[in-house]
Structure formats: C-alpha cells, structure tokens
Design a protein around this ligand. Structure first.
Ligand SMILES: [Fe+2]
Length: 503
C-alpha cells in the first residue's frame, strides 16, 4: 500500500470521527468498539490471523456487546513498522451480529520470519496497535523464544503473569487451556465473575469471554505476539468428556451447551476459518511449523475422549488401562503420529492439556482418571510410535494442574527404563491463588518427575537447533497487583537426547 493510501486511511479516520459526531443521536453512532483489544495468532511463514471484536458495551447481558443487528465494515492494516509509515497489507472485512461482530482476518503475502504491526478501524474509531510475527521460512531455524501458559481464573487473582509475558516480548505464546472458567461468581476471589451464575448459553459464554478480554494485562499479552490456543475443560464445563457432561447443573441439553461454548470460544480467539465450529463440533487440533526448527502439534484432549474411567477422580482402576479407551480419539492419534513421522522440524512440540507422564498418587497405584493416566494404552501407543519413528526431540507441553512440573517421559514407568521424551507442565496464570513456594510435591513413587512448584506464572523456552533452555517463571503473589516475575528453576534439553539436564 502506498503512502497516499495511508493518508486516505488516516483522513478517513478523522472524517469518520466527525461523522460520528455529526450523526450522534442516530442509530449509526457507535461508541469506541475496541474494548476487548486486538490479537494475532496462527503464525505461518507468509502471514497470520489478526482478530478483534466490536463491543462498545462488552458486558451487555444479551452477549451482543452493545452492537445493533447491523453489519459493520472493519478496515485493517498490517505495517512493516510500529508507526505505520510503510504498509505491507490492507483490507476490509464485515463484522456481523451472527459472529458477535468478531473478525478473523487471515493475512497472507507477508515475508517470512519477521515482525509486523497491525490495527483496525471501524465506525471512525481506530484500535490499539498489535505486534505479530510470521514464522521463519522452511529450511531456516532461527532461535524461537516461546512462552506457554494455562488456567487463568479471573476471580483467583490479577493477570500480572500475562503482563509479565508481554514484557518479555516473545516470538510466540501458547495457551494450553482453561482460558476462561465457567463457574458463577464466588465469594473468595479478588474480583467477581460476570454473569454471576454458571454460564451455559451462547449469550453468557460471550459475556464471560468479554469479561476476561477486558482485562488490560491479558490485552497486553495478546497485543505483543501471536498466540496458538487450545482449550481444556473449563471453556465449556469442568471435566466434561466429548458429549458426556460432568454434572446435571445447570439443566439443559449438553450438546447445545457445548455448541454455544465452542462458538463463543472461536469468536474470541485468533483462529483460522478452518477452526470455525460446525454444529456442536470444532476442529481444533492442528499443526503449526516454525521453519525447520520446530513443529507444534496442538492437541484437543476433550472433544474426542472416552468418559473418565471409574467415575473420574483419583483411584486404582483397571479400566484406565483398557486398550479400547482413548483420550485423543483414533483419528487424532494417527494424525499426531503421522505428522511427527514427517520430521518437519528438529523439535516436535506437543501442546496439550492434561498431565502426560505417569504420576502415581499412592503406593497402591492410584492415579488421576482425568489425565493420560486414565488412558494409558493411548499414551503407550503414542510414546512407542514416536520412538519407533525416530522422534528424539519430543517435548510435551502441558497445563491444567495449576502447578509447575517437569518430567522425563519413560518407555516404561514401572522399571524406569529409557527416557523417550520430556514433559514441561506450566503452572496457572491465577488459578489456585497465591500458592505456596515452600510446598513439596515430589514423590519417590515417581522418580522420573523432577520438579514441582506451587506458584503462579508460566514457562519460557528458548529453542535452537541444538538445545532448548527452559525457565519456570513465577510470581510470589497474584492476589496483590504487580508482583515481579522470577525464574524458580531452569533446565536444558538437548536435541536428539531427551530428558531434563541441569543448565
Ligand atoms: Fe484449570
């Protein structure tokens, strides 16, 4: 786009603002609509997704954000520089009420392996500026600085960890699930959920997403780097499995509830059209490539799983080892192994939700039925599959458990034979509150599990063709604003030699 076109955009912006003033009192005036910020995601070598949603009154109970039924044209710009003096791509898209006036633009035609800036304009208003990056070109392997996070309960604390993530200016951010929580307003948190009851309708899921997205710390993290997201359970309902609900409250058809939750999730995330929901389903597992350095296999461990064995919970349960039971579903299992078998990059990074390594809770063999320990045959097929096809730089990235953990993945957990991969479990952004830095969680029952910390934060990895350096980042408090971030444990993982090493 030329300098002249940029002038037109800016003058148009001013004219738009004037028009809003002139037409105030008419149905066409829209108050500042970018209250939920901007986001980018799904980086590829030639582009990425940019996202925003028009919502001048984001918490309106109807979930429509204060917008009328009218469609609104949203213009967008992607620039080479933060001041938008050199525009790389521009366009416009229509925001419609059927999508809660959210927009997902799949920008293409960009250069590989560099940063860009983007912004939107609608109804005379100009959005915040976001920073995005394209992935490196195939055949190149520049270092990747990545942060990953999970479990951001709005009531349990302030989103300081998101602010600190933004300050690190990473190349890529993963969110591994529990981006929102579905429960009603509690009484013990630092702030309260809206709506105040457990959400189960499309309007309520939209309002809940808007509540979270209004948070300025979360907005900063979205605006600094592209994200790749996958959900866990709380984006719909605690511990649901496929179309099996966890409990009977609130009453109603769970298929319709899941459809509403998936739709609202899609509307609020920087995802591609390939991920748009179809009825009650949504194709969320997918692959992202970071040049020839790393392949990100992003899993969905909720939508296709068999119901938790033996009534869920933590117990000794023979059904957990039934080879017919699955966490991923058969299609996703073969998709993962086939994709890893293509050896597209040095590293295979598996972004997923629930604890992957075996973790015995007691000497009698009790394990968590919601995690991979409840689906051990599925886990064994994956581990044996990637080992057999020579994936020697596999790192499983996990969320869910509100604690930091680091483990070696073993060919046989009982005999502790052969390390065949590494698992890094990020703690929560806020869930669980401040935590307890002195708490110990390691057990001689699980010698392959090397690190535990009960504090809030995230994980930073810096990946090169020869090694990954890992820093577990933590805050002392999240119930008080603005605590600093610090590294509480570091590891190195060598390419081709799985397992945790001292830095
Ligand atoms: Fe969680």
């Amino acid at each position: 786009m030329t300098r002249l076109q940029r002038r037109t955009f800016l003058i148009g912006g001013l004219a738009g603002a004037g028009a809003t003033l002139l037409s105030s009192g008419t149905a066409h005036a829209i108050a500042y609509p970018f209250t939920l910020g901007v986001a980018s995601g799904e980086p590829a070598a030639d582009g990425f997704v940019i996202w925003t949603r028009l919502a001048p009154s984001p918490l309106n109970a109807d979930g429509l954000g204060g917008m009328s039924s009218a469609s609104v044209t949203v213009e967008w710009q992607v620039a080479d520089d933060q001041n938008f003096t050199q525009l790389a791509r521009t366009g416009s898209v229509t925001a419609e009420q059927g999508s809660a006036h959210s927009v997902h633009v799949e920008v293409t035609g960009l250069q590989a392996g560099r940063e860009y800036w983007y912004r939107f304009r609608a109804a005379g208003h100009i959005s915040q500026v976001g920073r995005a990056l394209t992935a490196p070109a195939t055949g190149t392997s520049p270092a990747l600085t990545m942060l990953f996070a999970s479990c951001s309960h709005y009531e349990a604390g302030y989103f300081t960890a998101y602010r600190r993530m933004a300050e690190e200016r990473p190349d890529l951010i993963l969110h591994l699930g529990d981006y929102i929580y579905e429960g009603g307003a509690g009484s013990s948190g630092v702030r309260s959920h809206v709506p105040s009851t457990e959400i189960s309708t499309l309007a309520n899921y939209r309002v809940r997403h808007a509540l979270y997205k209004r948070d300025v710390d979360l907005q900063a993290a979205h605006a600094i780097a592209p994200w790749a997201v996958v959900w866990d359970d709380h984006e719909v309902e605690n511990n649901y499995a496929n179309l099996v609900r966890n409990d009977t409250s609130p009453a109603g058809d769970f298929r319709a509830r899941r459809a509403a939750a998936y739709k609202a999730y899609y509307e609020h995330m920087p995802l591609r059209a390939a991920q748009a929901p179809v009825n009650e389903n949504m194709q969320l597992y997918r692959r992202l490539r970071w040049g020839s350095l790393a392949t990100l296999h992003m899993l969905d461990t909720r939508q296709y799983r068999d119901d938790q064995a033996c009534g869920d919970g933590t117990k000794v349960c023979a059904a957990a080892d039934d080879p017919a039971r699955t966490l991923t579903g058969a299609a996703q299992e073969s998709w993962l192994l086939n994709g890893m078998g293509r050896h597209l990059g040095t590293w295979d990074l598996i972004g997923q939700q629930v604890f992957f390594a075996q973790k015995l809770a007691s000497a009698d063999g009790a394990k968590s039925m919601d995690s991979w320990d409840g689906y051990t045959a599925n886990r064994r097929r994956l581990q044996q599959g990637w080992e057999a096809q020579g994936n020697t730089s596999t790192v499983v990235l996990t969320g869910d458990v509100h604690r930091s953990w680091a483990s070696n993945l073993m060919a046989d957990y009982t005999t502790q034979n052969r390390v065949i991969g590494t698992e890094l479990v990020t703690t929560s952004i806020t869930s669980g509150g401040d935590g307890n830095a002195a708490e110990t969680g390691l057990s001689s029952l699980n010698p392959h599990v090397k690190f535990y910390k009960n504090q809030r934060g995230y994980v930073r990895t810096v990946t090169t063709p020869t090694q990954m350096t890992v820093d577990f980042r933590a805050l002392d408090r999240v119930t008080v604003r603005d605590y600093p971030i610090k590294t509480v444990r570091s590891y190195v993982i060598q390419a081709g030699s799985p397992g945790l090493q001292a830095p």
